[in-house]
Design a protein around this ligand. Structure first.
Ligand SMILES: [Zn+2]
Length: 484
């Protein structure tokens, strides 16, 4: 089994060879934690989760290190914190914003079926490594101090700009650099800057007296170095990060360590637009993962995480995606076909992961072909005699679980023969005791009988927060199930 990946730097698709097959190393730029993650942010999370799963399959789960950082120092965070908590000291206000956003991000991406990365480092915990890198760059003549800033001297690097491969004037326009008077060259970028009183601040490098804070790019060079080494296998992120962020990461890391490459493969997922338009808050088409999962704002209903994930797989990761309600409907119908009665006999642990699905993924993560392989497997599984051996149903279940499009509990739930057993599995799925759920359902029905609808609604909402959906039957009884 050979994995081929497209490398943005060399602009070709080639065989993946890890530097060390017992320690395959991948770094992906993670979120800046100041606001809900939007559906564009979900794309790299889902794409690189598939790559992580595939690498674990090829090299063994213990032999792959996936690092995805959390950016918790940023001017946008400072601004949001000051706006939300004007009465608090800025550091305290920042802590409130970043902790809440990080928790929300973890909830969102778990619902999308993304495995947690091996290491999730925070920028603020790597300031010492950033200072170290900055001092190496100054010592090597690739950076300089000016007016208490430290800047990377772009002309000092002969082959700067190979990743984005754009003419200098285009890069300048793209970087939207402010041509500050202390810059020797307009392309030079900030490694470190002084903090104003009240802003987050750390002791500065290079003997600068005023405490300061890092520029954006240096954090990823520092965290990938700390956790993956000077050179590693794969660096990933969204296409919008190619320039200036990744270009500058390369400049920093290669010049600090005198290495020919930072990572051997650079992978970038394509843009995402919503219903044919660029997503923006001003157009009112800004879609967060949280809204898709938990509110009725997109297409008038909530969408299960597995459907969102599947909808993303329908387009190759390097192509642009148009995120539409129709796409989600299509994904939902497709998944329902796989999860029909024929699949319900499936036991994931007893099945083999579809070889044709894996082969599609080995070809630069061709997810849309992988879905075709699942369609075919489901078709054969359906055609098999209901009373015959469940081999194909098992294989289908194993493949869906492998790709993160279903979980073990769903199959257990479907196989459960009695309502009582289904309730037990469902309660375990949401991590709440079955007796507690029944008691709440009874309390709600009692409140309804007493015409206390406010209390009845409150209990329904409480159950909904737990992940339980109620269904009132015509005969006056109420069923409950896991919210999909
Ligand atoms: Zn980064």
């Amino acid at each position: 089994m050979e994995l081929k990946l497209y490398d943005t730097l060399t602009r070709d698709k080639r065989l993946f060879r890890p530097i060390d097959p017992v320690r395959v190393r991948i770094y992906v730029c993670g979120p800046t934690v100041y606001d809900f993650a939007h559906i564009g942010n979900a794309r790299p999370i889902i794409v690189f989760d598939v790559l992580f799963r595939l690498l674990r399959h090829l090299y063994g789960a213990d032999h792959v290190t996936y690092v995805r950082n959390i950016t918790d120092v940023d001017d946008k965070i400072n601004a949001r914190a000051a706006e939300e908590n004007p009465g608090l000291a800025l550091n305290e206000a920042i802590r409130i914003v970043t902790e809440r956003t990080e928790r929300q991000f973890h909830e969102d991406v778990a619902a999308l079926g993304a495995l947690p990365p091996t290491i999730e480092p925070r920028a603020t915990e790597h300031i010492a490594e950033m200072r170290d890198l900055i001092e190496r760059l100054v010592a090597a003549g690739n950076a300089y101090v000016a007016e208490e800033h430290v800047l990377f001297a772009v002309p000092s690097m002969k082959d700067y700009g190979r990743l984005s491969n754009r003419p200098l004037d285009e890069m300048l326009a793209g970087a939207r650099v402010d041509v500050a008077p202390y810059k020797r060259d307009p392309m030079d970028f900030v490694l470190w800057k002084p903090s104003k009183p009240g802003e987050p601040a750390w002791p500065s490098p290079c003997g600068i007296a005023t405490p300061g804070r890092p520029g954006w790019h240096i954090e990823c060079s520092a965290m990938s170095w700390k956790h993956l080494g000077e050179t590693f296998d794969i660096h990933g992120g969204g296409i919008d990060l190619v320039f200036p962020h990744h270009e500058n990461e390369i400049a920093q890391s290669r010049c600090a360590f005198h290495t020919p490459v930072m990572a051997n493969y650079w992978m970038h997922n394509g843009f995402l637009q919503v219903e044919g338009e660029k997503m923006s808050k001003s157009l009112g088409n800004f879609v967060t993962i949280h809204e898709l999962l938990n509110t009725d704002t997109f297409g008038g209903r909530r969408w299960p995480g597995e459907v969102i994930r599947l909808a993303m797989f329908m387009t190759h990761y390097r192509q642009p995606v148009d995120w539409t309600v129709n796409r989600l409907h299509e994904a939902e119908i497709r998944r329902a076909r796989w999860m029909g009665p024929h699949a319900q006999r499936g036991v994931p642990e007893k099945g083999r992961v579809s070889q044709s699905m894996l082969e599609a993924l080995l070809d630069d993560l061709n997810t849309s072909e992988a879905l075709v392989a699942l369609d075919e497997l489901a078709r054969r599984s359906r055609a098999a005699d209901e009373t015959g051996p469940a081999d194909l149903a098992n294989d289908l279940a194993a493949s869906l679980v492998w790709l993160g499009l279903a979980n073990d509990a769903e199959f257990e739930y479907a196989r459960a023969e009695s309502k009582d057993l289904r309730d037990t599995v469902a309660a375990a799925m949401v991590g709440v005791e079955k007796e507690k759920i029944s008691a709440l359902v009874d309390a709600r029905n009692a409140a309804r009988k007493a015409k206390n609808f406010k209390e009845a609604d409150r209990i329904r909402d409480e159950l909904r927060t737990m992940g339980i959906e109620l269904e009132d039957k015509k005969d006056g009884t109420t069923d409950w199930k896991v919210r999909r």
